[in-house]
Design a protein around this ligand. Structure first.
Ligand code: FAD
Length: 310
C-alpha cells in the first residue's frame, strides 16, 4: 500500500512527490491528462512546438532558480531572467515525473475517507487505495468540488480563492507578426504574444514564425463560454491592431484554460487537516504562477516529513 496519494501531476504535485520520495515515502500520483505537467504544457502540431500554458520558467527564490537555471536563457524580458528547456516548458515536468509512480488518464471523481484510509474513485468507477494521507493539487475550483461533502475547515478557508480563465491561440505565419521575442501590448484583448521560434533551440529555419497569443484576463472571462471558432476570429481580428501583414496563415488553433491564473490567492503555501490526513496545495495558494506551485508542493512535503505525518 502507498503511504500517500497525490491528485494532480502538475509542477506542484510533482515537486511534492519528489521530496517525499527522496525521504523514502511511497507516493502514488493520479492525473486526468494523458501527460504530466498540467499548465506547464507544450503542444506539438506537425514540426512546431507551442508552450500554450506558461510560456517560460522564471522566478526569484533560490530553490526554484536552482531547478530551472540549468536550462537555456530566453532573452525576452529586460527585468527578469527566463529559462526554457529546449523541448518546451513541459520538459521540466517530464524530468520530474520520470522516477515517480503516476497513473495517467485517471480522473479522480470522488474521494472517501474510510476507517482504513482514503479511497479514490476514478471516472470508470475504479477504486484506488486505501492511502493514509491524501494531497490534492488540482486548481482550486476542482479541489473544492472534490472535498465539498467532507467535514473539514479547508472548505471555508478556500472560499475566497479565485482563479481566472485564459484563451490562447497558437499560430504559424508566413511573415513575422512581432519583432521581439515577446510582446505585452497595452490592449483590451491581447495580453501577450510569445514568439515560439525565438526560444532557445526552437527555430526550425530562418523563415519559421510560430506564436502563442494569450488573451487578456477580462476578455477571457467575458468570452469563457464562446465557441472556439468565434474566439479564433476575434483574436485574429485583434492581432490586426498590433501587426501589419502576417502573410499566409499556415496553422491556427485555440485552447481555453478554464483555470489559468490566480485572481485572489490563499496567501499560504498549503492547508492541512491533520484529523483527516488531507492536504491541498497548488499555484493558487501563493499566487505567483509556476514558481509558487513548486514552492507550495515543496513546503507541504517538508511539513509532512517534519511532523512525521505521512
Ligand atoms: C495561458 C497561461 C499562461 C501562464 N503564464 C505564466 C507565466 O508567465 N509565469 C508563470 O509563472 N506561470 C504562468 N502560468 C501559470 C502556471 O502554468 C501555473 O501556475 C502552474 O503550472 C500551476 O501548477 P499546479 O501544479 O499548481 O497546477 P496544474 O498545472 O493545473 O496541475 C494540476 C493537475 O491536476 C490535474 N487534475 C485536476 N483535477 C484532477 C482530478 N480530478 N483527477 C486527476 N487529476 C486532476 C490536472 O490534469 C493537472 O495536471 C500560466 C498559465 C497559463 C494557462
Amino acid at each position: 500500500m502507498s503511504d500517500l496519494a497525490i491528485i494532480g501531476a502538475g509542477i506542484c504535485g510533482l515537486r511534492c512527490a519528489e521530496v517525499l520520495r527522496h525521504a523514502g515515502i511511497t507516493v502514488e500520483l493520479f492525473d486526468k491528462s494523458r501527460g504530466v505537467g498540467g499548465r506547464l504544457a507544450t503542444r506539438r502540431h506537425e514540426q512546431w512546438r507551442f508552450d500554450h500554458g506558461a510560456p517560460s520558467l522564471h522566478g526569484e527564490t533560490a530553490q526554484w532558480c536552482e531547478k530551472i537555471h540549468s536550462y537555456h536563457d530566453w532573452d525576452c524580458d529586460n527585468n527578469a531572467r527566463h529559462y526554457l528547456p529546449e523541448l518546451g516548458v513541459n520538459q521540466l515536468a517530464k524530468e520530474l515525473a520520470e522516477p515517480l509512480n503516476i497513473q495517467r488518464g485517471c480522473q479522480i471523481q470522488s474521494i472517501e475517507r474510510r476507517a482504513r484510509g482514503w479511497s479514490l474513485i476514478d471516472q470508470h468507477g475504479g477504486e484506488h487505495g486505501p492511502y493514509a494521507k491524501l494531497v490534492i493539487t488540482a486548481p482550486c475550483p476542482q479541489t473544492q468540488a472534490l472535498i465539498k461533502t467532507l467535514d473539514t475547515p479547508i472548505i471555508k478557508a478556500l472560499a475566497d480563492v479565485h482563479m481566472t480563465p485564459a484563451w490562447v491561440m497558437m499560430l504559424v505565419t508566413a511573415l513575422p507578426i512581432i519583432t521581439t521575442q515577446e510582446l505585452r501590448p497595452t490592449h483590451d484583448v491581447i495580453r501577450r504574444v510569445s514568439a515560439e521560434h525565438s526560444k532557445p533551440e526552437r527555430a526550425l529555419g530562418p523563415e519559421d514564425y510560430h506564436y502563442v497569443v494569450e488573451a487578456a484576463v477580462a476578455w477571457s472571462q467575458k468570452h469563457e463560454e464562446d465557441n472556439p471558432t468565434d474566439v479564433q476570429a476575434a483574436l485574429m481580428a485583434s492581432l490586426q491592431d498590433i501587426t501589419t501583414d502576417m502573410g499566409q496563415l499556415l496553422h491556427c488553433a485555440v485552447h481555453r484554460w478554464r483555470y489559468a491564473h490566480t485572481g485572489r490567492a490563499l496567501g499560504r503555501p498549503y492547508l492541512f487537516d491533520s484529523d483527516l490526513g488531507l492536504a491541498v496545495a497548488g499555484d493558487w495558494c501563493l499566487g505567483i504562477g509556476a514558481e509558487g506551485a513548486y514552492l507550495s508542493g515543496e513546503a507541504l512535503a517538508k511539513m509532512l516529513l517534519k511532523s512525521g505525518r505521512h
